[in-house]
Structure formats: structure tokens, C-alpha cells
Design a protein around this ligand. Sequence first.
Ligand SMILES: [Ca+2]
Ligand SMILES: [Ca+2]
Ligand SMILES: [Ca+2]
Ligand SMILES: [Ca+2]
Length: 437
Amino acid sequence: MRKLKIALALMLTLLLAGCSAFSFDGSDIMCPPKATGNKAQIQKLIDKQTKGDYTLKYPKNGANRSSIVMQDIDNDSEEEAVAFYADDDNSVIHALFVESEDGDFSVISDIVLEASNIDRIDFADLNGDKTYEILIGCSSSTSSKNTLCVYDYNETITQLDVTTTYSSLVTGDFNFDKADDILLISLFSNDISAHAKLLIHTKGSLTEISTAELDSDITSLACVQYGQISYGVYGAIIDGITSTGDYTTQVVLFDSSIPALLNPLYTYSGYSSTRRSIQICSTDFDKDELIDVPVCTLMPYSENEDISTVSRKVDWSNFDTTSYTLKTNVSSILCPKDGYSLTMPEKWNGVVTARYNEKSRETTVSGYKYVGNTFKLTDDIISIKAYSDEDFDKNSSGYIEFLRSGSTVYAYTLGKADNYLSITGDELKTLFTLVNQ
Ligand SMILES: [Ca+2]
Ligand SMILES: [Ca+2]
Ligand SMILES: [Ca+2]
Ligand SMILES: [Ca+2]
């Protein structure tokens, strides 16, 4: 039924928009949203360039997914544009570089790419002159690897000499020289081992300065980001998906004292602790500007217990660049089924556990203790229950609503525990976060 509604909505959009000669090939857009403002001007330039027969092409990955990407490349407070289109027979893909002067756009270069699709476009200041260089990744139908082209924009467009393939890439300043660098990530394939390669810009060209081994069991990438790993140390945090579908995290950084690119968590200790069956990526969970790696474990349980009901705990951990180990910053109780996370107040560390009842959609946090060698749950501290709004209106006696998201109502009830482990409804609101929504 939902699919039918979407199809009808798309048909209506097509009729209303009145598709003209050109077509779009975006996977989720069947008809172009009518370009307005600057993008409309650039579309006119493509019309002129092609006599109207073309298909706009969309980058499949990365932060810029539009076929016309606007960016102030030369740092003069006016946006330039890069537009991707294919000739009418879809055989040749072009990158059209457009400059602006006092609001007027003109084509400065129309480059033919060796590609069957655009993987991505990124902007990075590789030479540190406060203007962006342009990275375009091309994918081909015959190879799983993408090819990188880098262009220097300086009144004209010059292609930098780089011939290299990659699975994914991330830019950022890895060697602390105030210029962005490129980290190319290649997953294992028949002819190459999995590795990360650092390219830096020197004397007008890109030079490979170091490579680091990556886990060959990773078959695809969930999330690749550049950011602060520990205070003052920046690098790439790579969340990969293994052949069995688990998530796992590697941290790649450049140690200028050696100098070499390193993947210390993988090479040394603690890497296996990042392996997790739940699909969760590294993120700055506690907003302290350091990217946190999720280390997932089951909460404490008795050896006779059905572990399918035991909640998972995530230790959000920072990679410590002195000891090369992960150190937990803050922990949270995760409920993937109902899409939320409950940050654990410090007083809960090591003394609480939680169970999730899938049928009643309820997470119950309680204390635990050992009597001799026997694990025993103590009083419940708090229970959080997810309801459909219909069910909540019908019967939610004893539960207090604290959040509504779409048609889901989140409500809590306080347990019997009346001690230092207790929290209030107001505290709950500050600890509760929706995830994957
Ligand atoms: Ca500009
Ligand atoms: Ca630059
Ligand atoms: Ca750099
Ligand atoms: Ca953090």
C-alpha cells in the first residue's frame, strides 16, 4: 500500500512538473526538481552546451549528491559550480566547471570524464592557499574500484597528475601542515590487499607518502570520517562491515615522528573489542569534539539466563594515542528495536543491568548483585516503554509519557528501587536519545 502511494505521488509529481527534454538518473528522483536561482542559470548553460539533449548525473556517494554542486571554490564569497551531465546517448560524462562574476555564470571548462558514473565530488584545500581544489571520483561499470581526478581551479582548470583507484576516501589535515590531505581507502580485492594510502600536495603535484594495512575481512564501508581522535590528534575513523555483517572500527592516523601512516588499533591491541553485531557507527556521542568508537557488550546477566532479552551496553570510547588503547568515556544502554539510547549516569557504572521485552517493547533497568557466586537482579530502577500512539491512548496506566516521535510514544515508570541508583523523570529526559530515526 505504501509503495502504491509513493508511486502515485511520483506520477502526480511528473504530471505537475511536466518533464522536458532532459532526464535525470538519480536513483531516488525521477523528475528534476525545477531548478531555481543560480542553479537555473547553470542549467541554461548546460542546455546551451548540449543543445538540450542530456542527462544530469548525480554523485552516488559523499557529502555532495546534487548534479549541480555550488561551492565558493576560490574564496571570494561568490559561489562557483560544478555540474555533471551525460550526452544524450549516456555514453560520455562531462564535468562542467562554471565561474561566477557579479552573479553572472560562465563556463570555464567542460571536461570529459572517463566514467560510467560519478562516485563523489569533494572540495579540499590541498595546498593550503585558502582556496579549494576539486576532487572528482569516477566509477566504472567494469570495476569495483573508483578512479580519482583532482583539479586545481585558478581562473582555468588544471588537472593534477594523480592516477589512482580507491574504494572510499576522506580528506583532512593528517600531517598538521595546515593543508588538507587525501586518505584513499582500498578494500581487499583479488589483486590488492586492503590498505589506506595518504596523498599530500607538494610542489604542484600529489605524492603518496605512506600506506597502512587495513583489515582484509572488511567487505564494505559503513562510515568514513575525519576528525579529532584525542585532543590535538586528528585522523580517520573507519567503520567497516565484515564478511559476516558485523561492524568494526579502525583508526588511521599519521605519526610524523616516524613518519608513517598507522592503523594502531588494528595492528596492536583492542581491535576485536570494536566488532559488533549491531549497525552503529562511530560518532561524537557526548559532544566533547572527540569522535567516540562504540564498544558493544551485553549487560551483566546470569549464566542460566536467556541472553536474547539482555540489553546491550555501548561504551563510547576514545582512542588514546599514548597507550594505543580505547578508553571509555561514557556508556549507554541501547535499544535498537525501538531506536533509542539511554546514557548511563556515572553512578550506574558496574552496578546496573537491563532487560528488553520485545513483546511489551519495554526496557527495564535494574540493579544486580552476587550472592556467593550467584547473580541476582535487585529492584527495578526505571522502565521505558515504547507505544504506538493508539495503544498509548487505549492503555498506558502507570506510565508517564515523556516523548513523542512520529506515531511512537515513549513513556516511563519508576521501579521499586528507592536508593542512590534512582533517577527522576526529568533526569531521564536528559539521558534519553533517539537513534536511527
Ligand atoms: Ca568564488
Ligand atoms: Ca588550495
Ligand atoms: Ca596536511
Ligand atoms: Ca566524544
